[in-house]
Design a protein around this ligand. Structure first.
Ligand SMILES: Cc1ncc(COP(=O)(O)O)c(C=O)c1O
Length: 386
């Protein structure tokens, strides 16, 4: 194909191949154990797969309603009521999305106008900032405090201006595994009280929380909930990231704005999968043990790293474990990650990739959503590096 010869100003300068693609490619080329990208290497529940199959065979293969299959919205409404004691109306306050990434992009597009500001906490999941920028907004980065990755509530108020339109939070947090406490949510509620600021609360790892900690969903704080869109992902909860099915919960006025954009971005999500999940989440047993399941995986991995030179940072939620390699090397994170994959056949993600300016604390992110055999192999490799 001949190259395009016109002028091509990019909407996303500085965006190249992502570190996830680079590390995964290096993992393949080096036949490495791949703990870089965040996806499970074990199967999805047979029962859930059978439900999808059932609905496909039954002819549920055409467009779903724009807001999502009613049975799934109803099931989600009941699930949130059971888990948090809060009711979202299935008709006006719940929308199914083609994965949380789509929900996030759509929510950001619905509220960010030219010149608006969005506050993003970093290290941050990589889709927030580009969505703000593509919509003509400005990202204001608030650093989580190293090494426990807490929000600095003293400095945050100084970042708020008359242009602040959005604050995007994520709990449990990717990549750090930190979780927001009750007092964090109360701070946020107080800080935004009486303002026009909208909050996007990315809660895709809501069930992946450990050691008896509680997930403080934004829906639990009434004044905060009225300005918040909660984003969830069934891909995370049911080990089915490739199904790209997620959801948005928000009070009616915010949901109406979300839907104005959603209908032109994707219109509707996948029909048979929505029906299948509606049945599946009807049984609490199918999601209540997800936290314990991943906690056991974290413990299995970490236990085997006890004699290694890597320092284990606390992981309170998500399926990511941060490891500090400063006792082993002075190399910057990206170089150390590349050295690991080439020389030791194990792939991880440098946390510097989650910072705009590449802050480097000599830590890598390892995904432990893997079979025990994969985790044992990874831990053995890491333990032998001296
Ligand atoms: C914090 C966070 N938000 C959103 C997503 C996207 O979820 P989905 O796969 O449903 O688009 C991810 C996936 O890695 C994530 O880590």
């Amino acid at each position: 194909m001949e190259t395009f010869k016109g002028n091509l100003p990019t909407k996303l300068p500085g965006t190249g191949t992502s570190i996830f693609a680079i590390m995964s490619q290096m993992a393949i080329e080096n036949h490495a154990v791949n703990l870089s990208q965040g996806f499970p290497d074990f199967p999805v529940s047979e029962e859930l797969i059978e439900r999808v199959h059932f609905y496909m065979k039954k002819g549920y293969n055409q467009y779903a309603p724009m807001a999502g299959v009613p049975a799934l919205r109803q099931a989600l409404s009941s699930m949130f009521y059971d888990n948090y004691g809060v009711r979202y109306h299935p008709d006006t306050e719940i929308n199914i999305a083609a994965g949380a990434t789509q929900a996030l992009f759509t929510a950001i597009s619905a509220f960010i106008r030219e010149g608006d500001e969005a506050i993003v906490f970093e290290p941050a999941y990589d889709s927030y900032a580009p969505a703000v920028i593509v919509n003509g907004g400005l990202v204001k980065y608030a650093r989580l405090q190293f090494p426990d990755f807490r929000i600095n509530w003293e400095s945050l108020p100084r970042m708020i201006t008359h242009r602040t339109r959005l604050i995007i939070i994520n709990t449990p947090q990717n990549p750090t595994g930190s979780v927001l406490r009750k007092e964090d949510m109360e701070h946020l509620q107080k800080l935004t009280s009486g303002t026009d600021i909208i909050v996007i609360s990315d809660e895709v790892y809501e069930h992946l929380i450990f050691d008896g900690r509680k997930h403080y969903s934004a829906c639990l704080f009434p004044e905060l909930a009225q300005r918040t869109l909660i984003i969830g992902s069934f891909g995370k909860t049911f080990h089915a990231t490739g199904w790209k099915t997620g959801f948005v919960l928000a009070p009616e006025k915010l949901m109406a704005e979300y839907r104005k954009v959603h209908q032109f971005v994707v219109f509707a999500g996948n029909t048979p999968i929505q029906h299948a999940i509606a049945d599946f989440i009807g049984n609490k047993e199918n999601y209540l043990h997800v936290g314990a399941f991943y906690q056991a995986k974290r413990d299995f991995f970490v236990e085997r790293l006890k004699k290694s030179a890597f320092k284990v940072l606390p992981a309170h939620g998500t399926y990511f474990q941060l490891l500090d390699y400063s006792a082993l090397s002075d190399l910057p994170e990206i170089q150390f990650a590349q050295w690991l994959v080439k020389e030791h056949k194990i792939a991880a993600i440098p946390v510097s990739a989650f910072y705009k300016n590449g802050d480097d604390h000599k830590i890598l992110r390892f995904c432990f959503a893997k079979k025990e055999s994969t985790l044992a192999q990874a831990a053995q490799i890491l333990s032998e590096i001296k």
